[in-house]
Design a protein around this ligand. Structure first.
Ligand code: NAP
Length: 222
């Protein structure tokens, strides 16, 4: 079996690469820095050349979009917020744009996108991250509705905190290890659900917090 992992030089993508290699998969990775595992190529998902780099990989059975960034807001400079949308959402869309038609032609395949439980939140701290994940979950669920009847499954994986350099917050309830995150992903690869939210208790918390923040936003005036 052959897998493409976008964003596999670090964190969850790297841990997943190592697990898949140990289980006999051929893994091709695309990240800005060379990955310490797997056949890795250097590519920036925001570069105009990125779709060509994905096309060069050729046919795969599995594509995991694990690239992501999330920086706190600086109110007088929103460029990092725009960049979060470009990397987390548009990079995933550009990947699917190349990979999905090839999988449809083959009549099989599985695309997994690493979204987040932040997809329900209104975040004053990282608006670009929250918006990118809301958009990514919505896009993946909609793509799944379109492609699954034709043999290609799409899964939105919504993690809470995972212990990588991305989890910068001083408070990280229910944080899991990258290895535990990989256990969840390996189950996904076997069962191909449309969406997975993990850990469940964190999903309940963020779901409630998101609903409260939306209710408060509706009352906001001047
Ligand atoms: N950690 C968490 O708490 C958590 C929780 C929920 C969801 N997630 C999501 O899970 C995914 C992986 O996060 P992680 O925790 O593993 O983060 P990470 O350790 O920071 O790894 C992020 C990966 O994305 C790659 N990347 C970033 N910008 C890129 C670009 N422009 N082009 C190509 N690759 C790029 C990085 O590689 P280079 O720097 O070499 O390019 C790296 O391999 C992200 O989408 C994140 O939002 C993480």
């Amino acid at each position: 079996m052959r897998a493409l992992i976008v964003g596999n030089s670090d964190g969850i993508g790297l841990a997943l690469t190592r697990r898949l290699l140990a289980e006999g998969w051929e893994v091709i990775g695309l990240s800005r820095r060379p990955a310490p595992a797997g056949a890795a190529q250097v590519a920036d998902v925001t570069s105009p050349d990125f779709p060509a780099a994905v096309a060069e990989v050729g046919d795969v059975d599995l594509c995991v979009y694990a690239a992501g960034i999330g920086d706190p807001i600086e109110n007088d400079d929103l460029t990092q917020q725009t960049r979060a949308l470009e990397v987390n959402l548009l990079g995933a869309a550009r990947t699917c744009e190349v990979v999905a038609p090839r999988m449809l032609a083959a009549g099989q395949g599985h695309i997994i996108g690493l979204s987040s439980l932040a997809d329900t939140m209104i975040s004053a701290e990282a608006p670009g991250y929250a918006a990118s994940k809301a958009g990514l979950t919505s896009y993946l669920l909609s793509l799944d509705a379109a492609l699954r009847p034709r043999g290609v499954a799409v899964t939105a994986v919504r993690f809470g905190f995972v212990d990588t350099k991305m989890a910068k917050s001083p408070v990280t309830p229910f944080k899991i290890s990258p290895e535990k995150a990989v256990d969840v992903l390996m189950r996904c690869i076997q069962t191909r659900p449309a969406v997975v939210s993990y850990p469940r208790r964190m999903a309940a918390l963020t779901g409630t917090a998101g609903a409260l923040l939306r209710a408060r936003a509706r009352l906001r005036r001047r």
